[in-house]
Design a protein around this ligand. Structure first.
Ligand code: FPP
Length: 247
């Protein structure tokens, strides 16, 4: 069945506000074709672009967060780390005009002080350029970890206690969320992970508290429009009670 007919059905149902994706399986995709791992990442970038175009063009969700590079990914061989960071820099630089024209707002979540200087400058430029756009908000998680985000919030809380007398009794979930580097993100509605693994791998731990989880064996470079819409159809079939009583 053509994905456009599925899209019609999807649009008639409850759409997720925030979709987050662990893009896994680039290496396995390449290995199965006797290609280099970097070729897998290159094809992975194309899959990311395809998803952004669909989500932006068809207004499937308002927020899309892509796990592009984790705090743990720094432990990969240096050539692969360099390649990935360059790929992300090129992606951001080359695609931004087109994405901006489609109303996309793009920002990056993660440990910016670890970025190479050129990447850091490119990220700032693109964030500024798309800041006022009101279409799809794409958050690229880069040198990101869910635990890092919690640690950052605790650091901010300690600073707020020292500098402006924040009292322990005043700290609640809203305060913590407001102090996190992910404060601009709403809770995740749908968390997708490709390539058959079934774990969160230190992604959006706080924001995924009530996310509907969707795991697929499809390897990330093969994750196309039909595969994404299948995930949304699965989400639409879930009963969400957020710990309360089902209606
Ligand atoms: C996991 O595959 C993928 C990554 C660590 C990198 C994800 C990055 C991209 C898809 C590049 C483009 C992203 C954007 C936003 C442009 P893996 O290498 O862990 O695969 P494997 O588990 O099969 O080895």
């Amino acid at each position: 069945m053509c994905w456009k007919s599925v899209l019609e059905r999807v649009r008639a149902g409850r759409l997720p506000d925030h979709v987050a994706v662990v893009m896994d399986g680039n290496g396995r995709w390449a290995k199965a074709r006797r290609l280099s791992r970097v070729e897998g990442h290159r094809r992975g970038a194309e899959a990311a672009e395809r998803l952004i175009r669909l989500a932006a063009g068809e207004r499937v969700c308002r927020h899309l967060t892509l796990f592009a590079f984790s705090t743990e990914n720094w432990d990969r061989p240096p050539e692969e780390v360099d390649f990935l960071l360059r790929l992300l820099e090129e992606f951001i630089a080359q695609k931004v005009d087109e994405l901006a024209a489609a109303g996309v707002r793009l920002d990056v979540l993660g440990e910016r002080e670890r970025f190479p200087e050129r990447l850091s400058a490119e990220v700032s430029r693109v964030e500024e350029l798309t800041r006022r756009n009101e279409g799809l908000q794409v958050h690229v998680a880069l040198s990101f970890g869910g635990r890092w985000a919690v640690v950052e919030a605790v650091r901010s809380a300690v600073r707020a206690a020292q500098e402006r007398g924040l009292q322990a009794e005043r700290v609640d979930e809203d305060v913590v969320h407001g102090l996190m580097p992910t404060a601009a993100l709403p809770d995740v509605d749908l968390m997708i992970r490709t390539a058959g693994e079934q774990r969160l791998s230190n992604f959006l731990l706080w924001e995924a508290a009530y996310a509907e989880l969707y795991f697929t064996p499809v390897l990330w470079p093969d994750f196309d429009e039909a595969a994404f819409l299948e995930a949304v159809v699965s989400y639409q079939g879930r009963q969400r009670s957020f710990g309360g009583v089902r209606p």
